[in-house]
Design a protein around this ligand. Structure first.
Ligand SMILES: [Zn+2]
Length: 409
């Protein structure tokens, strides 16, 4: 019967996908643990693995060091070079890039300043020139996509940058800008993926940070030159009706506050973005050196060394951050709040003082139940890892659907 055959084939493909993804996210897993985790018969798992090995996607890497009666357990690992993606982090002052692989690793990291002129043409000329230079370095036989993390509003699932207030961009078609400048994208049939940096940050933390593993509801505050965010609701990233949910930085916390890039006044971003905090310090005390990220790093180092002026500035930041977080916690009742992006650099006592203020402002005493913690990775590896995860999830999805049948044959 035709229908039965089709379903069986589809189920087989989906099992393969699940097994492959388990090895991606739990490198070194044994066949035994894998079968148990995915609830498949061990002989089915063995068959799938044999198939993945034959295709060169998975390899065995030796004994796991434990004694098992019967067959020894062999560790399984992804052959990372099976698929590669150019991963790019666009920010206002820097562009970072690297190569992402199927095992979720990133290497060949490079970073450069963006042009002073923030017009779309000049910016993309510069980005395309750097991608071209990287491409020349090859060999990039298994390049499947370009995956870009962007600040600002990008509709989930599209490559249109709806609004990047800090660059004064609206409705920029990132895909068209790159394809127009990089003819090899067409010849190589490369996909392009564009995702908001805060959403990538949350996805990366959920995949790799054990402190929040298995949690279903969370708030992710992404602190960078702007402030973004992402919401995890019922174990799913929340997108909203227009696919633009999560702009936590534009919550108004002071009606007569400083003007924000978005056109409103007193947004949370105007108090807790790294630019705002650095500027507050410089206006009151002394200039710092480097771009905003460098200057913020310096400020954090000073705070860790208990410099009283740096601590005063951070204390004011903590007040506003706590107001924003308490508002969100009262609305969403999450398991955790993660201070992501540059937030991973916060001194521990700063995180503690924000937490105490938040607990003090909640409607119910959630201390001990609500986890407030800083992100687990520095901002560049976070976004590039996130861009890699997204690119490789898409590669795996396509490979096991009708769109990518040729990749499996
Ligand atoms: Zn705003």
């Amino acid at each position: 019967m035709k229908i039965k055959t089709y379903n069986a084939e589809k189920m087989g493909q989906s099992n393969k996908k699940v097994v492959l993804n388990m090895i991606r996210f739990y490198p070194g897993i044994s066949r035994r643990d894998l079968a148990e985790a995915v609830g498949l018969d061990p002989s089915t798992v063995t068959k799938i693995i044999r198939d993945l090995q034959k295709r060169g996607w998975v390899r065995e890497v030796g004994l796991d060091g434990h004694f098992h009666p019967g067959r020894p357990a062999i560790k399984l690992e992804i052959v990372k070079e099976v698929a590669m993606s150019f991963v790019v982090e666009m920010t206002v002052q820097r562009i970072c890039m690297g190569w992402g692989y199927l095992d979720n690793s990133v290497d060949n990291f490079s970073s450069f300043r963006t042009p002073q002129d923030k017009s779309v043409d000049v910016y993309f000329d510069s980005l395309a020139a750097h991608l071209d230079a990287q491409f020349e370095k090859g060999p990039l036989d298994n390049l499947v996509s370009i995956s870009v993390a962007v600040p600002g509003l990008v509709e989930w699932g599209s490559n249109i940058l709806r609004s990047i207030p800090r660059m004064r961009w609206s409705d920029v078609d990132l895909e068209a800008e790159l394809r127009g400048r990089l003819p090899w994208m067409e010849t190589r049939k490369l996909d392009i993926l564009t995702v908001n940096e805060a959403k990538l940050g949350l996805l990366t933390e959920m995949a790799l940070n054990k402190s929040v593993a298995g949690m279903k509801n969370g708030i992710y505050l992404y602190i960078a030159q702007g402030v973004g965010g992402a919401l995890l609701i019922g174990d799913e990233l929340y997108h909203g009706s227009n696919n633009i949910a999560g702009e936590l930085g534009h919550m108004i916390v002071s009606p007569n506050g400083a003007p924000c890039y978005c056109g409103n006044k007193g947004c949370l971003e105007t108090y807790i973005s790294i630019d705002s905090v650095v500027k507050a310090y410089e206006t009151r005390y002394a200039p710092l050196e480097g771009d905003f990220r460098d200057r913020f790093d310096t400020l954090m180092e000073m705070a860790r060394a208990k410099d009283s002026q740096a601590m005063t500035i951070l204390d004011e930041m903590a007040d506003y951050m706590a107001i924003g977080i308490a508002n969100l916690v009262n609305i969403y009742d999450p398991d955790f709040v993660l201070l992501g992006g540059m937030g991973s650099q916060f001194p521990d006592d700063f995180v503690e003082s924000v937490s105490e203020r938040v607990y003090g402002q909640l409607l119910l005493p959630l201390k001990g139940r609500l986890l407030i913690l800083k992100g687990s990775m520095d901002v560049d590896s976070l976004t590039l890892r996130g861009a890699t995860l997204t690119a490789m999830n898409e590669f795996v999805r396509k490979s096991f659907s009708n769109e990518g049948r040729e990749r499996l044959s």
